[in-house]
Design a binder for this molecule. Structure first.
Ligand SMILES: Cc1cc2nc3c(=O)[nH]c(=O)nc-3n(C[C@H](O)[C@H](O)[C@H](O)COP(=O)(O)O)c2cc1C
Length: 320
């Protein structure tokens, strides 16, 4: 049993948080992580209301334990935020943008505010917003992120926002990563890519198999997939994805791609619908090196924690 400020804050058994992966962390996956003792977060992404209704209902019906939801801050529409709060999540994660305009509504609903940040400057803004928990996301992470690496970012954020508890994210997929995060002063790990390749994830089976087969050197940080989808992401947050044919074709030609969206956009959308991942994106982080099978989320939560516990015990012996 590992007890930290994270497990105490949410009264959960294990210091693991599911990354709120847009369109991948659905209600079933969030509930599975919560039922295994972690904190499952539904990936509300850009706040599609029909999707949120379906997945938040599944999370709520799927667990009696604490769970939550995440939205991409720069894209938030007030209606989606209020809709999510109606489902009475225990936690609300905001990432990629200024959380201050939304903090009071979240906290007034009796929900804990989690802010995911990519640098110390934004950790201080999260503190000002009244965050109950801060996630320090390193550049190794799958999906969108900043440029700071997890190893030096986590202790820097821990020092900057103490006594607010911090959770590490980016590149963690097993007990070694969790144990290391705890040694850096974090109170747990937020994990995305590893749970993408889980039985309960909403990820397409072919995308999950690509994650299982991939090496970290086949990931890249890029804007091409946001450009073709017409998403106006702030430039400081490219996304880490598996390199594919579409990436190889447009990497370095972002301006040209922006001009060609009228023709490239529809064929990209078709590829997404058809599960053609030579074109469609698979967001994934450097942790792909550590993933070699699709497993149940609950098994993953239990194994990662058991491994970390063993390592922490073994680590104590190093000092003799
Ligand atoms: C497929 C995918 C989608 C993601 N979507 C979101 C998102 O919508 N909102 C968010 O805050 N983070 C998102 N993330 C980032 C995660 O919250 C988290 O920071 C990251 O997965 C941690 O690194 P890891 O992938 O190495 O575990 C996404 C990550 C992945 C892999």
């Amino acid at each position: 049993m590992i007890t930290t400020a994270l497990t105490e804050l949410f009264q959960i058994a294990r210091p693991i948080v599911l990354g709120p992966m847009g369109m991948v962390s659905g209600g079933r996956l969030a509930a599975a992580v919560s039922n295994a003792g972690g904190l499952g977060l539904v990936g509300g992404g850009y706040g599609d209301e029909a999707w949120l209704r379906t997945e938040l209902s599944l999370a709520k019906e799927g667990t009696t334990l604490p769970w939550g939801v995440g939205l991409i801050t720069w894209s938030i529409k007030r209606k989606a935020l209020d809709l999510a709060l109606d489902y009475r999540p225990d936690a609300f994660l905001l990432s990629f943008g200024d959380p201050r305009p939304y903090a009071s509504a979240i906290k007034a609903a009796g929900c804990k505010l989690i802010c995911q940040v990519q640098d110390v400057e934004n950790a201080l803004i999260a503190r000002e917003a009244g965050a109950d928990l801060i996630v320090a996301e390193g550049t190794e992470a799958g999906g969108h992120g900043g440029s700071r690496a997890t190893l030096p970012l986590v202790p820097a954020v821990v020092d900057a926002v103490a006594p607010i508890p911090v959770v590490a994210a980016g590149g963690i997929a097993d007990g070694r990563g969790l144990a290391a995060a705890l040694m850096l002063g974090a109170h747990g790990a937020l994990i995305g890519t590893r749970f993408y390749a889980s039985a309960e994830s909403l990820g397409h089976e072919r995308a999950r198999q690509r994650i299982v087969a991939a090496q970290a050197s086949q990931t890249a940080r890029t804007r091409v997939f946001d450009i073709v989808r017409g998403f106006d992401w702030p430039p400081q947050y490219p996304g880490r994805a598996l390199r594919n044919r579409f990436f190889e074709r447009w990497d370095g030609r972002e301006k040209e791609l922006a001009d060609a969206v009228g023709t490239e956009g529809p064929s990209y959308q078709r590829a997404t619908r058809e599960g053609d991942f030579d074109t469609a994106v698979v967001w994934a982080g450097e942790a792909v090196d550590l993933i070699d099978s699709v497993e149940n989320a609950g098994t993953l939560v239990e194994r990662i924690c058991a491994e970390a516990e063993e390592l922490l015990r073994a680590g104590a012996k190093l000092t003799r």
